[in-house]
Design a protein around this ligand. Structure first.
Ligand SMILES: NC(=O)c1ccc[n+]([C@@H]2O[C@H](COP(=O)([O-])OP(=O)(O)OC[C@H]3O[C@@H](n4cnc5c(N)ncnc54)[C@H](OP(=O)(O)O)[C@@H]3O)[C@@H](O)[C@H]2O)c1
Length: 179
């Protein structure tokens, strides 16, 4: 069975992001919260698919994500690590991810950070947003999103689990087609 959102359609670019209520998504090169339940949600959304990320996000994760094709964008020609496809431009990264997604019958999951989200927002067809109900300090913010261009397709409020810093809400959006 195809893992693509619409069988036989070209892979879509999907942004996957967790943002606090104050739009903070990162602090000191890390996530500013511990949220095991959202990590499970992230794993389910991305497993078996290509994931595209910036070098800083890769370093914050610290290892290739298992079961996924890890495409890391960096302008540093010396940057490399086992288990990664390193791309010098976003265009190259998306080409590699698209080839992989076509083979897998999946979409392309863009997993951050803010620099990458900002550059790929206009190319994205879907957005998977976790709203973390906290207002932490941070130095990396969710880029400005023009919400009138997005339609909510699903929403779930999740209670704070035993290994979560806060309750959170996961919402799926799709881009509203231009007339
Ligand atoms: N809450 C969330 O959902 C979430 C998700 C991901 C990350 N984060 C957090 O966000 C922070 C990292 O985000 P960030 O915005 O600082 O960094 P980032 O987007 O992860 O990575 C930025 C790096 O990507 C490379 N890059 C960016 N645009 C490029 C392009 N057009 N062509 C080639 N390479 C390009 C550059 O690497 P080089 O410098 O090597 O050239 C750049 O320094 C961390 O705190 C992380 O924990 C949060």
């Amino acid at each position: 069975m195809s893992a693509n959102s619409e069988a036989n359609k070209p892979p879509q670019i999907v942004l996957v992001v967790a943002a606090a209520d104050n739009d903070v998504i990162g602090a000191d090169g890390k996530l500013p919260w511990h949220l095991r339940s959202d990590l499970r949600h992230f794993r389910a959304l991305t497993m078996g698919k290509p994931v595209v990320m910036g070098r800083k996000t890769y370093l914050s994760i610290g290892r290739p994500l298992p079961g996924r094709t890890n495409v890391v964008v960096s302008r540093d020609p010396a940057f490399a690590a086992p288990g990664l496809l390193v791309a010098p431009t976003l265009h190259t990264a998306l080409s590699a991810a698209r080839g992989d997604a076509l083979r897998r019958g999946s979409d392309i999951m863009v997993i951050g950070g803010a620099e990458i989200f900002a550059q790929l927002l206009s190319a994205a067809a879907r957005l998977e947003l976790t709203r973390v109900h906290l207002r932490p300090q941070g130095d990396v913010l969710l880029p400005t999103i023009e919400w009138s261009q997005w339609q909510e397709t699903a929403r779930r409020d999740l209670p704070q689990g035993p290994h979560d810093d806060a309750p959170f809400t996961v919402t799926s959006y799709r881009r509203i087609a231009q007339q």
